[in-house]
Design a protein around this ligand. Sequence first.
Ligand code: XMP
Length: 512
Amino acid sequence: TVLIIDFGSQVTQLIARRVREEGVYSEVVPFQKSAEAFARIKPKAVILSGGPASVPDGDSPRAPQAVFEAGIPVLGICYGQMTMAEQLGGAVESGHHREFGRATVTVKAPSALFDGVWQEGEGHTVWMSHGDRITALPEGFTVKGTSANAPFAVIEDEARRFYGLMFHPEVVHTPDGARLISNFVRKVARLEGSWTMGAFKDAAIAKIRAQVGTGRVICGLSGGVDSAVAAVLIHEAIGDQLTCVFVDHGLMRLGEAEQVVSLFRNTYNIPLVHADASDLFLRELAGVTDPEAKRKTIGRLFIDVFDAEAKTVGGADFLAQGTLYPDVIESVSFTGGPSVTIKSHHNVGGLPERMNMTLVEPLRDLFKDEVRALGRELGLPESFVGRHPFPGPGLAIRCPGEITREKLDILRQADAIYLEEIRAAGLYDIIWQAFAVLLPVRTVGVMGDGRTYDHVLALRAVTSVDGMTADFYPFDMTFLGRTATRIINEVRGINRVVYDVTSKPPGTIEWE
Ligand code: XMP
């Protein structure tokens, strides 16, 4: 086990993720509980995370001193580096040279951390985010890398295997960061990469059993991957103590609602209440054209319907949710600047407050692709697990303007053809997200000998890592032409197809 002591950085879970990628088990504990956890877990290595506090402040957090006395390797990142330096007898001072964002580290001497990655004399891009800096090194430490404003950007005590980085190796903005962490885990700490998603599953099941005991759990399904994986995992842990409620808002893609119902009822035999609320949703959405108003209406109705159905199930003690780690950090921006709500993504944000139940969130530490891997581990079909992300408000935000059942039907058919062509071309897994948008614009066309006056359909496809930024996918024109022809021929109500060539930023992925 690698113990990660969390000093409150917003990206601590990324460190855990990088360690998991090395096939090594890690546990993240908040610094307040780290002394107890260190004694209990007896880790083979420790990583000290970054954090917002300032070491020169008297009451700022520290690592348990025992961490430095156990003869195991320690990696301090950012705040973790500074508290390590201070705790081992060095000096830290509040920086007048604050460094945020991209910086260049110059490699001054070889280090086990740099093995096979960085050579002496080279300069490398890293992501800095710190206000303080070290002014005197503790005994035994030498400098391995510097940056313009940080003479101690990389420090090392070779004998004791203590490493300190002033920058964040865990974020993608430090391109070689994952390899530095890999070197720490594999080469310095010599840990074997044998941990798997199967092991995560077993640990998660044990945790759920311990939390829930003999209590009853209710889980709201949205039709998406996250809530489905959470539900199947919880069902493995506690069987029929779990009841699922699928709130069907009628805004899913073609055939998806049916797939969810059949998967749960037939494949997994999980008790499922299918609340078909599409009439209610459509009625309440009538006349709503503002994107945020659509989201709020759908979020409110989802909670109403779920609450009502939960009452009919009767007496659950726990509410299960498929919350992922990015949902937890989403609204907080990493650089510490003010974050602005571009779109409100928390579709069911009000549920826990309203229902007064204890939350069970077994996916809280995972990222999307890890949830997919867990879903595969649980035997969910690839056609379900590998699906592109789909927004909670569904097709409602892919029909700019007013939503009607007729428009949704047109959009569903066109979207299905588009995705079928993408799959046939072998592009589905290369593209991060693809979908059609039915525009509230009619244009004139000619079909056969007749004039048509029908809707325009926009096609969207992007590549992305995490949905935060995205590039439009450069289809070849033959593909686009073939797809447009099929859609116009096969779907009544569309006579023109356009392709969206906007990246994010400045566009968002969805049109609303
Ligand atoms: P944008 O459009 O903000 O989308 O670039 C980024 C990712 O988020 C999804 N998205 C949503 N997901 N509720 C969700 O659960 C929402 O209201 C919502 N809006 C956008 C979008 O599909 C993309 O994957």
